[in-house]
Design a protein around this ligand. Structure first.
Ligand code: GUN
Length: 293
């Protein structure tokens, strides 16, 4: 029997726990965590994510400070806003939704967020802390998507130490921090990417596969070892024909139907990693609030 890892259910429990914690923090400090959410322009996917993040944050009791800027805003204007938020007392976390417009230097913007308010865990100081920390440090601000993946793996209650983990994708947002987290769990980690030789065979060796390439159904069923755990980070919109009509559908980076036959556990798309990313953002914001006290 293949376990379908229910990200919706796991994230619901996380959000309920956060809601309780935030109520206690409010009693103790007469204040709640504040999250500034910045969106520049109107990329459709970003609007969907920002809306979902805002709604979830408010539901757990986080105050959301929303800044939706025009696509044409200058880099200096954005830097000024971040500087203002860095000094704003009711703001504990700052999130700049990516991607940013082409006229902006994304890394420069991420570097300008105060590391203590880095809700995404993308600041170089937090990236460095994650790679150095040898144990789980409750105060760390860890990138949300890979941390969500780790929590799903831990929820399976299996021994992670010694497992062969293959992370497909080497992005700063997912692939690299995912590898760091798995190293901390004493997995043997391979980071594969577009230049990897013989990717199918690399994947066939994996006890755990984390797919984060952004290509619909790229990881095939026959690449999955019998009993492997498959975590699919991909959220790809494709057009399919249903009853003679062309419709949009969300699919992952893994060919789910085929992979499910070999995997011992697998995350669905949607309803897998996506909700976990949001819950971990709320967790980071709450950690940043507690660290500030
Ligand atoms: N764009 C895609 N994923 C993310 C994320 O985790 N954080 C931010 N800020 N932007 C993203």
């Amino acid at each position: 029997m293949t376990t379908i890892i229910d990200g919706k259910e796991i994230s619901k429990k996380l959000r309920e726990d956060l809601n309780k914690e935030i109520k206690n923090l409010k009693n103790k400090y007469n204040a709640v965590p504040g999250l500034a959410v910045i969106q520049v322009g109107n990329v459709a996917a970003s609007s969907v994510y920002v809306k979902a993040k805002t709604k979830s944050a408010q539901e757990v009791g986080i105050e959301v400070i929303d800044h939706h800027l025009e696509e044409s805003v200058s880099q200096d204007e954005l830097l000024n806003l971040i500087e203002k938020l860095n000094n704003q007392k009711n703001v504990n976390g700052i999130l700049v939704q990516l991607p940013l417009p082409k006229h902006m230097n994304e890394q420069l913007i991420l570097d300008s967020i105060h590391p203590d308010k880095d809700a995404d865990g993308f600041h170089p100081l937090n990236v460095g802390k994650l790679s150095i920390a040898s144990h789980n440090d409750e105060n760390l601000l860890i990138p949300c998507t890979p941390y969500g993946c780790l929590l799903m793996l831990k929820g399976l209650n299996i021994e992670l130490a010694g497992k062969n983990a293959v992370v497909v994708g080497r992005s700063n947002i997912v692939g690299k921090p995912m590898a760091q987290l798995l190293i901390k769990e004493s997995c043997t980690v391979t980071v594969a990417h577009s230049k990897t030789n013989d990717l199918p065979n690399v994947c066939k060796n994996a006890d755990i596969i984390v797919a984060a390439v952004g290509r619909p159904k790229m990881i095939k069923g026959e690449w999955i070892k019998k009993g492997a755990i498959v975590i699919d980070v991909g959220i790809n919109r494709i057009e399919v024909e249903i009853d003679g009509e062309r419709k949009n559908k969300l699919v992952g980076d893994v060919d789910y139907k085929e992979a499910e036959k070999s995997a011992s556990a697998i995350t669905p798309v949607p309803g897998g990693v996506g909700p976990m990313t949001i819950a971990c953002l709320l967790r980071n914001t709450t950690i940043a609030f507690k660290n500030s006290r």
